[in-house]
Design a protein around this ligand. Structure first.
Ligand SMILES: Cc1ncc(COP(=O)(O)O)c(C=O)c1O
Length: 378
């Protein structure tokens, strides 16, 4: 069977730019790349308690059997969504199969024709894809630049002759490729002043900052929706949109990535429940914070230039796909799983090494990886 020439050409361009993506099996290297910030994906406690919970409740199905609107809405959905609503201090929790699905479903269905979406220029691909499916007009604002955001809000409000338009503002609580955090308090104030609806993706904040940064700042009432994902800090799978009962009713009716897909398995739901229990009872966040502080102190001592971050994600820009790949390879050969982030995932010239920190990284490992990095970048 012939492979279409146009596609072959696109692969060749990727290859020429040293940007061809390839699947690799998991390594046994020291983990500085996974999103398992708290070690929950490896937690025997969560694994065993999930199994016990399913057995005790006699939930023995392997699959969901259908979409949530047909045969797949297992009784555990109601239970887990209720537990999460209490934890996250929100009216409703709507579980999706992944963060990608949640963002796709939300942005494709909620903003309407004649509405506006103002998004941080570094927003995640899942939100971009959702916006592409939306009839609303989408404009970016400069990364974490609140003045720019406010100017954009003013310009779309005055430009528009339509009185009923809504403005949705979207940002991440922790940016996935930079690790930095916007000033969410100021952002909520701007949105309130201009009657805009704020949506915050907490994918890389959940677990790293307790139940999320919005809750840490007690801003629950000031946001229209929060997206939390379970595949990162919680070490399992799935995601949820937190918001009002009305928002849940709307999503169930109009979010196509919610409607037209097989639901999560009972096992996946039980794991989410157990992961939240672990989050509430363990104080792993403090251990992670210690490692983050150590990483920052050591990178300062070694005069390494990292993007400023207090989250579990720390990035060192090394321009050029070939160069950043080479240094990542050198670190991997020394036993450290550090991944290069290439263009087009990030802008050309902004390629970087991305270090994800975990509770289970030792201080020595952190010092060692940074000392090795110094030798490779100098
Ligand atoms: C900011 C952000 N939102 C959403 C997602 C998608 O979440 P999931 O991996 O659950 O599909 C990711 C994952 O890469 C992310 O970084």
């Amino acid at each position: 069977m012939n492979f279409p020439n146009k596609l072959q050409k696109k692969l060749a361009v990727r290859e020429a730019r040293a940007a061809l993506r390839k699947l690799q099996t998991q390594s046994n290297l020291i983990d500085f790349s996974s999103n398992d910030y708290l070690g929950f994906a490896k937690s025997v406690t969560i694994f065993k308690s999930t199994h016990q919970f399913l057995m005790d409740r006699k939930f023995t199905e392997n699959g969901a059997t259908g979409s949530r609107l047909l045969s797949g809405n297992h009784i555990l959905y109601k239970e887990v969504e209720a537990v999460l609503a209490a934890i996250h201090q929100t009216e409703s929790v709507t579980i999706f199969n992944s963060g990608y699905d949640a963002n796709l479903g939300f942005f494709a269905s909620v903003p309407q024709r004649n509405d506006f979406i103002l998004y941080d220029e570094l927003i995640h691909a899942s939100i971009r894809d959702g916006m592409q499916l939306s009839n609303a007009k989408a404009y970016k604002f400069e990364h974490n630049n609140l003045e720019c955001l406010e100017n954009k809000i003013k310009s779309v409000r005055t430009d528009s002759r339509i009185s009923e338009e809504e403005i949705y503002v979207v940002t991440e609580a922790v940016f996935s490729m930079d690790g930095d955090i916007p000033d969410l308090t100021a952002m909520t104030a701007i949105c309130k002043k201009h009657n805009a609806l704020l949506v915050v993706d907490e994918a890389h904040a959940l677990g790293v900052f307790g139940t999320g940064i919005i809750q840490k700042l007690q801003l629950e009432e000031a946001v229209f929706a929060r997206i939390v994902t379970f595949g990162k800090g919680l070490g399992c799978h799935g995601a949820a949109i937190l918001g009002s009962h009305k928002l849940q009713q709307y999503l169930v009716n109009f979010a196509r990535s919610f409607i037209y897909t097989t639901a999560l398995t009972p096992h996946a739901l039980a794991t989410i429940k157990m992961a939240y229990k672990e989050l509430e009872t363990s104080n792993l966040e403090d251990k992670l914070r210690e490692n983050i502080q150590h990483f920052i102190a050591e990178s300062n001592r070694l005069q390494l230039d990292f993007i400023k971050s207090t989250s579990a994600i720390h990035c060192c820009v090394i321009s050029g796909n070939a160069k950043v790949k080479k240094i990542a390879n050198q670190l991997q050969q020394k036993g450290f799983d550090v991944k290069p982030i290439l263009s087009p995932t990030v802008l050309e010239g902004e390629e970087r090494l991305r270090f994800c920190l975990h509770t289970y990284n030792s201080k020595e490992e952190i010092t060692n990886v940074l000392e090795n990095l110094v030798t490779f970048v100098s």
